[in-house]
Design a protein around this ligand. Structure first.
Ligand SMILES: [Fe+2]
Ligand SMILES: [Fe+2]
Length: 285
C-alpha cells in the first residue's frame, strides 16, 4: 500500500492543454469534481470506519490507505484547477457551490448506507476511467501537455489500485446475509451507482458546456465548426469506451477486485515511486 506524491509542475498548465480543446475542457470540468467529492468520500469513510467492527483489521488499514490516497488526489487537482481558474471562467464557481452544498446535504440528511452506496458508485467509475486513459486515449493525448496527462494518469491508476475498498466496505457493513446481499449488495448498490453517475454526469456536463461556450463566444465560424466536430469526437469516444464497462457495474456479480489491470498501469505507477522519475518520494502506509 503506497501513497505517492507526484512531481508535477502546474505552472504552465493552460485550459487548452490538449490539441482537442473540447477534450481538455471535458477533463477540466471533471477535474473540479475531486475538489468536492474526495473530501466527502473521506468523511463517509471515517463514518464507516466508526461503524466497522475492529475485527476487520485489514479493511480498517485499507480504508486508511484509501483516505491517504484520496487526500493526495484532491491536493493535486486543486493545484491544476487553480491554473484553469486563473485563465478566466468565473462561472464555474456557481456550479461548484451547488455541488459542495449537495454533499453537505448528503452528509446531514442521508444514511450511512446511502452515502456509502453513492461513494461506491463513484468508485465504480474508476476502473473504466483508468482503462480509458491507459488503453483508449492515445489519439487525444498526442501533443498534449505532459504535466496535465501525468496528473490524470497517476490519479486514474491509483483509482484502479484502490478500486475494491469501498465495495468491500459496503458489502461488509450492509450485505452480510443472503437477503442483504440481494437487496443491498445488488439493488441498493446499483441505486447508489445510478445516483452517482446521474449526479456527477449532470454536473460535469454543465461545467463542460459552460467552459466550451465561453471559448466559443470568441470563435470564428471555422473555429466553431472545428469545436463542434471535436466535441462530437469526445462524446463518441466516451460512449464507445466507457459505456460498456459502466453497464457491467449493474450486474449482481459485479466485483471490482476481478477487473484486470489496464495495460501499462503497474509500470506507470512505478515511475511515481522511490527511484522513479515522476515522484517526490512516497510513503508506505
Ligand atoms: Fe481519487
Ligand atoms: Fe478513489
Amino acid at each position: 500500500m503506497q501513497v505517492r506524491a507526484p512531481k508535477i509542475d502546474y505552472a504552465n498548465i493552460r485550459p487548452d492543454w490538449a490539441p482537442n480543446r473540447e477534450f481538455a475542457h471535458d477533463r477540466n470540468a471533471a477535474s473540479t469534481i475531486p475538489t468536492y467529492v474526495e473530501p466527502y468520500l473521506i468523511k463517509v469513510m471515517h463514518r464507516a470506519k466508526a461503524a466497522l467492527p475492529a475485527e476487520h483489521a485489514d479493511l480498517h488499514k485499507q480504508i486508511d490507505w484509501f483516505i491517504a490516497q484520496e487526500s493526495q488526489h484532491l491536493r493535486q487537482h486543486n493545484a491544476f484547477n487553480r491554473r484553469v481558474r486563473a485563465a478566466g471562467y468565473p462561472g464555474i464557481a456557481h456550479f461548484e457551490e451547488k455541488l459542495k452544498q449537495d454533499y453537505v446535504e448528503f452528509l446531514d440528511k442521508r444514511s450511512l448506507k446511502f452515502n456509502l452506496a453513492y461513494s461506491e458508485g463513484f468508485e465504480s467509475m474508476g476502473p473504466p476511467a483508468a482503462a480509458l486513459w491507459f488503453e483508449h486515449s492515445d489519439d487525444f493525448l498526442a501533443g498534449a501537455d505532459a504535466e496535465a496527462v501525468a496528473l490524470w494518469k497517476w490519479h486514474m491508476a491509483e483509482e484502479f489500485e484502490h478500486r475494491e475498498i469501498c465495495h468491500r466496505l459496503f458489502m461488509t457493513l450492509f450485505a452480510r446475509t443472503r437477503w442483504q446481499r440481494f437487496w443491498n449488495g445488488w439493488l441498493y448498490r446499483v441505486y447508489g451507482f445510478i445516483c452517482a453517475v446521474a449526479h456527477l454526469g449532470a454536473y460535469s456536463r454543465s461545467v463542460r458546456t459552460y467552459l466550451i461556450a465561453t471559448d466559443r463566444a470568441r470563435m470564428s465560424a471555422a473555429e466553431l465548426k472545428q469545436s463542434q466536430d471535436n466535441l462530437k469526437a469526445v462524446s463518441r469516444h466516451t460512449r464507445r469506451h466507457m459505456l460498456p464497462s459502466l453497464l457491467a457495474v449493474l450486474s449482481p456479480f459485479y466485483n471490482p477486485a476481478h477487473k484486470p489491470p489496464p495495460r501499462g498501469i503497474v509500470e506507470y505507477l512505478a515511475r511515481f515511486e522511490k527511484g522513479g522519475d515522476m515522484g517526490l518520494g512516497n510513503q508506505a502506509h
